[in-house]
Design a protein around this ligand. Sequence first.
Ligand code: NA7
Length: 549
Amino acid sequence: MSGNGRRQGGEPHAPAGGIEGQKGDGRCDVVIVGAGFGGIYLLHRLRALGMTARVFEAATGVGGTWYWNRYPGARCDVESMQYSFSFSKELQQEWSWSERFAAQPEILAYANHVADRFDLRRDIQLETRVTAATFDEGTQRWHVTTDRGDSVSAQYCVMATGCLSTARLPDIKGRESFEGATYHTGYWPHDGVDLSGLRVAVIGTGSSAIQAIPVIAAQAGTLTVFQRTPNYSIPSRNCAMTPDYEGPWKAAYDIYDATDSNYGVNDVSAMDVSPQERERVYEQRWATGGTSFMAAFNDLITNQASNDTASDFVRSKIRAIVKDPATAEILCPKDYPIGTKRICVDTNYFEAYNRPNVKLIDLKATPITEITPKGVRTTAGEFEFDAIVYATGFDAMTGALTNVDIRGRDGIQLREKWHGGPQTYLGLMTAGLSVLSNMIVSIEQHVDWTVDAIAYMRANGLATIEPTADAEIRWGQHVNEAGERTLYTKAASWYMGANIPGKPRVFMPYIGGVGVYRQECDAVAANGYEGFVLTARSDAHACPAAAAE
Ligand code: NA7
């Protein structure tokens, strides 16, 4: 990003251009793209299998999304006690979080701790971006190249590139002409930005903006927020971690099932209780804080009438907090159900609009027409700024994958294949190509499934695994059908690709539930990787599972 852009972090890192003791070229069993939580856990698991793996990471340190997203107020909206790896009981018990919702520096410190504790750094090459991965049918291996001239042959290539890693600047006319400082929340300068006394604009009101706005408002001279779509946000009630809170969590880690989507859900319909009872439950959830608000009743995401009661409750809270009624109305989401865009969690977000130095511009009424050298022009006039902060989100789910030139069998290119939206089987692999995309619970499950598949292949003398076209079509229909049973498709969200002009509108995440999804993946594996074609290594005997396909 402009301004001071991507600065070096203070984390220890392997030297650029090569892992100590290794050449830029070579062979390994697995190339892993990305050293976020997915990449580092995958490396750990593969090593335990006795496999050689090399991780390429564009940043100067590990941590993925927590490396890049250093904007003021950046913090996880999943509770710290749930936002940590479960694969090592010792790690789980020895690590202590300082807050109920951890801030970015602490999560980054955790990622670095994991990298050190499991001696992972020696196989991670930093400041190196993978540019292409091409499958060679002759050798049945992937040929992976980087922007530093590395050229590596690997049997497997795993894209651990994350769902929200490709920050996106909007195509607004004149964007480059702005003479002040420009920042994107997803590429925040590592040594911080001093906005004190400045006239600051924030464009966007998603989760990142909602966390950043109260912190920037306290520092800036003036803050003008440009809002296109208002968001529902629940107070986090963040607080310091106490032994009384931490202790029971740590004691229960062994029995807690992180993939249980019904965990904490009040198993009754919002329509089956009295208005007074509904109000009591919502007030209680509001007072507790966090995303568990959406678990107040069991049908908030599937029943419009139930959802309306929760949406109405949050709008009533916004109107009660924000003193200026006109501003409060602009901040009230009205045209999509609560929870169908990722619900936000904040610390004093709506309260920030009561500050005399904060102003809200409604872009639905007065859209931005251009960025000028001095600031932002809307249909209502020009606003002058010293700094513009773009909190405009990411090319979600698929962006990090289609940015790499990935070519599989018959030269088929991922970018072309996914032109009409992603086609995968289990969201893990795609025919002609094999990819993995990645939150910590899902990351662990994806990694475990992938590593088990690799172990199965090794044990059975298999070289390749790829879904059948039919399995992809059936999975795509299954994901859509699950989405259609909910209210999710009613919002123009990044789940739908709706934030990127021209991107196909396809509901990308699987909403069947993390536990159900895990069972489905496990069943596929238990049935000899049903829906996949497995081919034998040219130097091995054909496996019955492969022959059956
Ligand atoms: P989001 O949630 O994608 O939010 C991006 C915001 O930027 C959203 O309010 C957009 O409005 C707004 N936006 C995007 N382009 C424009 C233009 N051209 N003009 C005005 N406003 C624009 O990204 P975040 O970084 O906040 O959060 C991403 C996820 O990270 C979050 O869900 C958590 O899971 C963590 P729109 O809604 O499209 O009208």
